[in-house]
Design a protein around this ligand. Structure first.
Ligand code: GTP
Ligand code: MG
Length: 293
């Protein structure tokens, strides 16, 4: 590892406790992963850019094809959708959301639609505090672009930094990445993938609760085990967050803070324009007075 890589990994490790190392091996046998039992409800909001596999991940968690998935360029999820199931003795609520940074609709409309997911995450039992226990932020395993940097910023605009302890990054398309690596004659090592990520991504992911690689094409016991590992990570996040959830009150604070920031920048920009106009009029007046003399 050269100096630059070490610096990136240090930045990454500065974040919250990453309870599971990326790509932790688990062999072929079906192992029941022990889960810290805090509450029997798990409420999940799935976020990510269009086509990163949000709906597919939701279906893998639910073990049913509840959310529509679409290959290619077409967008399949336009509004938040909630589905529930009981899996591995947990009451699971999954809320699928439209793609962040979707360009075919106004940004403010997408943002407020995604924010609706918080109110939708009320508990099945009706006794716990409403709101999601975790956000699963889907990122497609592969190259990161400058667009991905704005994706992280967009997440923070919508849910604030307050979302980070509740966020688990899910690297989807693990299978495609592995076959791409094999095709180019390289060993698909997850640790090397992490090192290859740009600093902005490592910084953001390092601040999240944890991360996991995910392959939505797995089936049978392989898929069961993968989902159990994800549930274990979610359970760890719940315990580390002392059972707290991302509430609507947190969201309202974030929304008013964003509005305040927007108002300030509006008045700053317009105030500067007004001042420039006043100065311009003053200059014209002085010029006219001097001219008359
Ligand atoms: N090979 C592979 N394909 C995947 C994986 N996850 C999702 N896909 C495929 O990627 C495509 C897009 O997945 P979706 O789940 O529809 O993505 P989305 O993020 O919900 O997209 P929108 O709803 O349009 O925002 C589909 O064809 C999925 O089958 C994965 O882990 N591996
Ligand atoms: Mg979708």
């Amino acid at each position: 590892m050269d100096k630059f890589d070490q610096r990136k990994m240090d930045k990454f490790n500065q974040g919250y406790v990453n309870s599971f190392a990326i790509g932790q091996g688990y062999g072929d046998t079906f192992v029941r992963v022990p889960m810290a039992s805090h509450n029997n409800d798990i409420r999940i909001v799935i976020l990510g850019k269009t086509g990163t596999g949000k709906s597919a991940t939701g279906n893998s968690i639910l073990d049913k094809k509840e959310f529509e998935c679409s290959p290619g360029g077409s967008i399949s999820t336009w509004s938040c959708l909630k589905r529930e199931t009981k899996r591995f003795e947990k009451n699971v609520v999954v809320i699928d959301t439209p793609g962040l940074q979707e360009v075919k609709k106004p940004m403010h409309a997408i943002r407020s639609e995604i924010q609706k997911s918080i109110e939708m995450a009320y508990p099945i039992s009706g006794i716990a505090h409403p709101g999601p226990n975790v956000f699963l932020l889907c990122l497609k395993m592969g190259r990161f672009t400058a667009e991905d940097e704005t994706l992280f910023q967009e997440c923070l605009i919508i849910f604030g930094e307050e979302m980070l302890p509740f966020t688990i990054v899910v690297f989807t398309h693990e299978d495609t990445w592995e076959s791409d690596m094999e095709y180019s004659g390289r060993d698909p090592k997850h640790s090397e993938y992490m090192q290859s990520l740009p600093l902005f991504a490592l910084e953001f992911i390092g601040k999240c609760r944890s991360h996991i690689c995910f392959n939505n094409r797995k089936t049978g016991l392989d898929m069961d085990l993968q989902v159990q590992l994800l549930f274990k990570q979610i359970e760890d996040a719940i315990v580390l967050n002392s059972g707290n959830v991302y509430t609507n009150e947190i969201l309202q604070k974030v929304v008013s803070r964003e509005q305040f920031k927007n108002n300030i920048s509006y008045w700053y920009t317009n105030g500067k324009k007004m001042l420039n106009s006043v100065l311009a009029v003053g200059n014209v007046f002085l010029f006219w007075r001097n001219f008359k003399r």
